[in-house]
Design a protein around this ligand. Structure first.
Ligand code: 5GP
Ligand code: ZN
Length: 132
């Protein structure tokens, strides 16, 4: 898609450190390198995010992210890994080409923190009835 940064990485208009490529997917190092080895996995076909992408692509990208996460962990001697995906700006999406982050974690890494704070205003009972 025109003016999409990740589409330009796919077509080599913009360089990237590509660590995996096949006919349908690409994995490359995230420019931020939040932690050593921070990687993005993307489909070659342009989708905005999970509200746009098809189920088969989601299944395949996660299967690939799972494999790469284990390889990256091992090769970089990480102690763990976060696999995450942001959808829409409110959720932190800044590049609107569907992607999955692989973020290796190391003892004492201090560039990223994922904290689930308790929200005492949330009515879990009501939410349950909406969602069940
Ligand atoms: P999002 O915030 O949309 O989930 O993630 C977008 C990611 O793309 C960010 O982590 C950001 O560092 C990364 N990014 C932005 N521009 C570039 C770029 O030009 N090259 C690479 N390799 N990564 C980029
Ligand atoms: Zn794109």
């Amino acid at each position: 898609m025109e003016n999409c940064l990740f589409c330009k990485i796919i077509s080599n208009e913009i360089p990237a450190y590509k660590i995996y490529e096949d006919d349908d997917f690409l994995a490359f190092l995230d420019i931020s390198q939040t932690t050593k080895g921070h990687t993005l996995v993307i489909p070659k076909k342009h989708y905005r995010n999970i509200y746009d992408v098809d189920e088969d692509t989601v299944a395949k990208i996660h299967q690939l992210a799972f494999k790469l996460a284990k390889q990256i962990t091992k090769k970089l001697n990480a102690q763990g890994v976060n696999i995450l995906n942001n959808n829409e700006a409110i959720a932190g999406q800044t590049i609107f080409h569907y992607h999955v982050h692989i973020i290796p974690r190391y003892r004492d890494d201090d560039k990223i923190s994922i904290v689930f704070n308790e929200n005492i205003d949330s009515n879990i009972e009501e939410t349950y009835h909406i969602l069940k």
